[in-house]
Design a protein around this ligand. Structure first.
Ligand code: RP5
Length: 159
């Protein structure tokens, strides 16, 4: 069985600056991941094959980022029963197109959509960690540390 806990997918290498924010948080919490460029539109068969392989490999959460007519998260959700988190990557329409394409799924095929861009990329990682932490006390403690650090940062602000 694979040691990969989270699969991070993106529709193009041009999405990498956004998706790196996801990877950074997973890395900081010692969550294992792999990153894969696959496009719902440009590599439809390869995308389906990869999505269908994940559960059998022991992957627990899939995070997909795409921009524009962002079908990736939805297509992956159609090809796996794993939880799928969709990040709308910023685009020519400032990501509104990506946002609607990602979240407006038909009932029965869920995608957990997060905010546009890097904020969403960070929250996608944290949401994945929350899912994994349901069965991992060590990870739960790391999430609590993260929350405590955020709290201290705000409380230490001087204006
Ligand atoms: C989407 O089209 C990708 O996810 C990317 O955000 C956007 C543009 O792709 P490139 O033309 O930069 O490859 O499928």
């Amino acid at each position: 069985m694979s040691h990969i806990q989270v699969a991070i997918m993106m529709g193009s290498k041009s999405d990498l600056p956004t998706m790196e924010e996801t990877a950074k948080i997973l890395k900081s919490m010692d969550v294992s991941y792999e990153m894969k460029v696959l496009s719902a539109h440009r590599t439809p068969h390869e995308t389906a094959d990869y999505a269908e392989s994940l559960q059998g490999r022991g992957v627990q959460v899939v995070i997909c980022g795409a921009g524009g007519s962002a079908a990736l998260a939805g297509v992956v959700a159609a090809h796996t029963s794993l939880p799928v988190i969709g990040i709308p990557v910023e685009s020519v329409l400032q990501g509104m197109d990506s946002l609607l394409s990602t979240v407006q799924m038909p009932p029965g095929v869920p995608v957990a959509g997060v905010a546009i861009g890097k904020a969403g990329a960070k929250n996608a990682a944290l949401l994945a960690v929350r899912i994994l932490a349901l069965n991992d006390k060590n990870l739960e403690a790391k999430l609590q540390d993260y929350k405590d650090q955020q709290k201290q940062k705000i409380l230490n602000e001087k204006i």
